[in-house]
Design a protein around this ligand. Structure first.
Ligand code: GTP
Ligand code: MG
Length: 526
C-alpha cells in the first residue's frame, strides 16, 4: 500500500539551552527548520569526563524534518492550503493495491548500446529489488528478452514480441508487467497493455511510485510532483493525438478560443510554476538555515552512497539514535535529515543522511532531487559508504562518484572524501584493496572508532580548527572568553594554585585573538 501521510505542521520555535562543560547541542539548527535529532546522552555516560554529571538530552528536539522559522500563521495557512492542492491525488499514481508482477528485461545483445559493466542477471536482480521494495507487490516471473536497441519505439522484434505475448498470456496470476527500461511512451504502454491484458510499468513509473510511497516531507512530495509534469505532458500529447484521430481535428472548449490541448497545457504550466515557487520558498528557508549553521560552526558530514549500502544504519551507529529506521529496501531514505553525534574529542557534529543513488535512475527524477543534493556542497566532509558485499559494488562506486562529480561540488570535498567499506561482517577476513578505505560493519559496530578518528582528523583540517589545552587563571576572564569563542571540552581545576587546564576546540582566527588577548596563557599543543 501507499499511505499518504498528512502534511505536518511546523513546530514552534525553540530556544537554545545554554550548556557548559560538554559540547553544546546544535540547538539553533532546529530553529531554522531542519530536524536535528540528538542522541541520548544518558547512553553515553562517561563521555562527559570523569566526575562530571552527565546532562540529559536537550528537550524539544524534533525527530524527522519539518519546516520552522516562520512567523506569520496566516501566511503559513495559505501556503499549507496551496500545498495540499498541489500535492493532491496524481493521475499517474499507480494505486495502492497489490500487484503480481512479471519482470521483463530487454537485454541488449550486440551493438554500440551493449552495457559495459552490467550483466542482464544483475539488472534483473535490481529490477526485482525495486518491486520487492513495494508492499504487496511480488515478482511471479522473470523474463529476459534479447533486443538490439531498447530505445526503439518497439522494444522487441516481431518474433520476440509474439513469443513474449504468448508467454505472458500463459501467466494467469500476473496482474502487471514491469518492463525494465527507463521509459516507454504512453502510446507504447497502451499498445502493450492491450496486447497483454495487464498493466505495464516502466522503470520511471516504478521508481516514482516507490518515491511517492516513501516521501514524508513537503519538499520530497513537491519534487515528485515536479518529476511527474513531463510525464503528464507527454501523456496529454498522446491522448490528444489519439482523440484527434478519432474525431478529426481539434475541438475548441466552448467560448474560450482555446483547444482542449491548449487548456490542459496551460493548466500544467501553471501547476509546474506553482510547484517550482513552493520549492523555491522552502529552499530560501534552507539557505537561512545554512547561514545559521555556519555561524554556529557545527561541522557537517554528508553520508552518501548507493541505495541500500547502509547509510542510515551507519548514522544510527555513529549517533546512537534509536529512532532511525534502516530498512532492507531501495530508497528507504528520501529526505535529507540531520542527526547530531560526537567525535572522539567530544566535538559535536551533524551527520546528514541522504537519498541513495541508483544506476540509470530516470533522468527527470535525478534532476528533481539534485537540488536536495546540492546541499551537500555546504558540508565539511563527505563519507562515501559502499556495500562491499554487493556483486556490483565497483559499478555502484562509479555511479556514486559520477553523480557527485555532476553536482559541481567544491574540489576539496571530493578530494577529502572518506571511503567506507560496509557490511564486512558478511565477508571473512575482509581487507580493502583501496588505499585509505576503512572497513566497517555498521550493523555490528565494527571499525567505528577508527572511522570516527578519521572523520575527526579530516574535519579539523576542513574547518581549520585545532584541539588544544590551555592553562588559565580562574580569576581572569579567559574561561568565559573561551566558553564564548570556542568549544570548551574539559575543565580540570587545580584548586591549590587557582588555575585550570582547559581543553578546547578552537578555530584559527579565535586562536589568534586568544593569543593576542592573553599572551601569558600557557598553551599545550597536542
Ligand atoms: N550484514 C550487514 N547488513 C547491514 C550492514 N549495514 C547495513 N546493513 C543492512 O543493509 C540494509 C540497508 O540498510 P540502510 O541503512 O537502510 O541503507 P541505506 O543506504 O540507508 O538505504 P537507502 O536509504 O534505501 O538508500 C538493512 O537491511 C541493513 O540492516 C552491515 O554492516 N552488515
Ligand atoms: Mg537510508
Amino acid at each position: 500500500g501507499c499511505p499518504l501521510p498528512s502534511l505536518r505542521r511546523p513546530a514552534p520555535r525553540l530556544r537554545p539551552r545554554v550548556n557548559h562543560g560538554r559540547p553544546r547541542a546544535p540547538s539553533g539548527l532546529s530553529e531554522a527548520g531542519i530536524a536535528v535529532t540528538w542522541p541520548s546522552i544518558a547512553a553515553r555516560a562517561g563521555r562527559g569526563g570523569p566526575g562530571r554529571p552527565v546532562r540529559p538530552c536537550p528537550r524539544g528536539f524534533r525527530r524527522g524534518r519539518g519546516d520552522g522559522g516562520r512567523t506569520r500563521p496566516e501566511e503559513e495557512e495559505e501556503d499549507e492550503a496551496e500545498l495540499e492542492e498541489l500535492l493532491g491525488p496524481s493521475p499517474l499514481a499507480v494505486g495502492p493495491g497489490a500487484q503480481r508482477v512479471a519482470v521483463v528485461h530487454p537485454a541488449v545483445k550486440w551493438g554500440p548500446k551493449k552495457p559495459q559493466l552490467t550483466r542482464a542477471e544483475l539488472q534483473i536482480a535490481e529490477a526485482v529489488a525495486l518491486i520487492d521494495t513495494l508492499q504487496n507487490w511480488t515478482v511471479l516471473e522473470k523474463i529476459i528478452i534479447p533486443t538490439k536497441n531498447p530505445d526503439k519505439k518497439f522494444i522487441f522484434g516481431k518474433g520476440n514480441f509474439q513469443a513474449l505475448t504468448e508467454k505472458i498470456k500463459k501467466l494467469p496470476h500476473v496482474t502487471a508487467v514491469f518492463l525494465n527500461v527507463e521509459r516507454i511512451s504512453s502510446l507504447t504502454k497502451k499498445e502493450l497493455e492491450d496486447a497483454w491484458g495487464v498493466k505495464v510499468f516502466d522503470r520511471y513509473t516504478v521508481v516514482l511510485h516507490i518515491f511517492r510511497c516513501n516521501a514524508r516531507t513537503k519538499e520530497a512530495k513537491l519534487q515528485i510532483a515536479l518529476a511527474e509534469i513531463p510525464l503528464l505532458r507527454s501523456n496529454l500529447k498522446n491522448d490528444v493525438s489519439r482523440l484527434d484521430q478519432q474525431r478529426g481535428g481539434s475541438r475548441y472548449i466552448m467560448g474560450s478560443g482555446e483547444t482542449f490541448m491548449e487548456t490542459q497545457n496551460r493548466i500544467l504550466k501553471e501547476k509546474e510554476l506553482k510547484i517550482r515557487n513552493a520549492l523555491e520558498k522552502l529552499r530560501r528557508k534552507r539557505s537561512l538555515l545554512r547561514t545559521q549553521r555556519r555561524k554556529r560552526e557545527f561541522p557537517i558530514i554528508s553520508v552518501m552512497g548507493y541505495t541500500n549500502c547502509g547509510k542510515t544504519t551507519l548514522i544510527k551507529a555513529l549517533t546512537g539514535e534509536a529512532g532511525l529506521q534502516p530498512r532492507d529496501q531501495l530508497f528507504a531514505t528520501l529526505d535529507i535529515t540531520a542527526h547530531a553525534g560526537y567525535l572522539p574529542s567530544h566535538m559535536a557534529v551533524i551527520y546528514v543522511d541522504t537519498i541513495g543513488f541508483l544506476t540509470d535512475l530516470p533522468h527527470n527524477l535525478v534532476e528533481s532531487f539534485s537540488a536536495t543534493l546540492e546541499e551537500v556542497a555546504y558540508s565539511d566532509l563527505i563519507v562515501h559508504v559502499r556495500d562491499i558485499t554487493h556483486p556490483e559494488t565497483i559499478l555502484q562506486k562509479a555511479t556514486v562518484l559520477s553523480v557527485l562529480k555532476n553536482l559541481n561540488l567544491p574540489s576539496y570535498l571530493l578530494d577529502s572524501m572518506v571511503e567506507v567499506h560496509n557490511k564486512v561482517d558478511l565477508i571473512e577476513r575482509y581487507k580493502p584493496t583501496e588505499e585509505n578505505a576503512l572497513a566497517i560493519s555498521a550493523l555490528h559496530g565494527h571499525g567505528l572508532e577508527e572511522l570516527k578518528e578519521e572523520i575527526e582528523k579530516k574535519i579539523l583540517t576542513a574547518t581549520g580548527k585545532k584541539i588544544l589545552t590551555v592553562n588559565i587563571n580562574l580569576e581572569g576572564p579567559q574561561l568565559s572568553w573561551l566558553y564564548k569563542e570556542a568549544t570548551v571540552q574539559e575543565v580540570e581545576v587545580m584548586p591549590e594554585d587557582g588555575t585550570a587546564r582547559v581543553k578546547v576546540i578552537i578555530g584559527n582566527s579565535a586562536f589568534g585573538r586568544y593569543r593576542n588577548l592573553f599572551p601569558n596563557s600557557k598553551i599545550f599543543m597536542p
